[in-house]
Design a protein around this ligand. Structure first.
Ligand SMILES: CC(C)(COP(=O)(O)OP(=O)(O)OC[C@H]1O[C@@H](n2cnc3c(N)ncnc32)[C@H](O)[C@@H]1OP(=O)(O)O)[C@@H](O)C(=O)NCCC(=O)NCCS
Length: 276
């Protein structure tokens, strides 16, 4: 169990404390938040619970996060629900005989937040129609990912090129955190022109949700194959190992390596996914 102090960044004032239980053998983690009364009913509880969920889902194996607010604490129950929590049952904490002189049994409600429910509660995927907005979102994201997008001329080309593409943006907590840009060379085939997720939001399932949305949209147009070009394993870059793992997890298979398409320094792997 890790215990943390909650501090207001702007004023540096202590607001309360939180507890974080790392996942057990069933991959269930635990959170508990206590705020000083002057910070109640201001939306901080939800923000803190979401930050703890994000940390646990991103950096640990947790697939579900448990919390057990007191039956009388309706504000805390509401926080669990707004973060995607489901009511699982009730629980009574009995104190030892000597402690019962000082305190009474505590009745609480048990909530579970599943990773998928948490993501769906906070994630919104929108198809963007305006070219300028597509370029702005693309720029914000790829320029924050220099480990993957380190060539200024290529970045400029992507930022301009996405304006005419089919463009899907992922929003978390109302802010753009990722995108997929799709182009079509022939009626039955499309290509991921460029995609990216802010590094602070990697490995939360956002890429996979964008991929699903893109596939849904392509299936309406009877597109049969989706392709992508990425840096091949002949290059030692560690970031692109993760990228290829992601595409494999989404169902892409490697088709061919083009050693000189992007110049000898950047061997290109051509990958393909057959759409349903
Ligand atoms: C590649 C990228 C879009 C993936 O998005 P993401 O939201 O982080 O990926 P997801 O959380 O949806 O991952 C889905 C699955 O992909 C696989 N995967 C993703 N990241 C992985 C990693 N770092 N290591 C191993 N597998 C990984 C896993 O199977 C994962 O499922 P799991 O978390 O349940 O095990 C994102 O990491 C990114 O923006 N990378 C930098 C830019 C980039 O590479 N763009 C593409 C250029 S061609």
């Amino acid at each position: 169990m890790t215990r943390g102090v909650i501090v207001n960044k702007a004023s540096n004032k202590k607001m309360g404390e939180c507890k974080l239980g790392l996942p057990n053998a069933d991959l269930m983690a635990f959170t508990d938040i206590k705020l000083f009364p002057c910070f109640w009913n201001k939306g901080y509880g939800k923000e803190i619970k979401n930050a703890l969920c994000k940390y646990l889902f991103q950096h640990t194996e947790a697939v579900v996060i448990k919390a057990d607010p007191n039956v009388k604490n309706t504000a805390s129950q509401r926080i669990q629900e707004t973060c995607g929590g489901k009511r699982i049952g009730e629980k009574v904490h009995h104190f030892s005989t000597e402690m019962q002189y000082y305190t009474k049994d505590v009745y609480s409600i048990v909530y579970h937040v599943q990773k998928r429910d948490w993501l769906h509660k906070n994630l919104e995927i929108r198809k963007i129609e305006q070219g300028k907005e597509k370029s702005e979102i693309c720029a914000e994201i790829i320029l924050s990912l220099p480990k993957w997008f380190g060539l200024p001329e290529a970045n400029k080309e992507y930022i301009e090129g996405v304006a005419g593409s089919d463009f899907f943006a992922a929003y978390m907590f109302g802010k753009p955190v990722g995108f997929y840009s799709i182009i079509s060379h022939f009626p039955e085939t499309s290509e991921i022109y460029v995609c990216g997720i802010l590094e602070d939001f990697h490995r939360l399932g956002i890429g996979k949700e964008l991929q699903k949305e893109v596939e849904r949209s392509l299936s309406i147009r009877y597109v049969k194959y989706l392709t992508v070009k990425t840096l091949s394993a002949s290059h030692p870059d560690k970031g692109y190992v993760k990228t290829r793992e992601f595409y494999k997890a989404c169902g892409f298979i490697p088709l061919e390596e083009f050693k000189t398409l992007w110049g000898e320094a950047n061997p290109c792997l051509f990958m393909l996914k057959k759409l349903k």
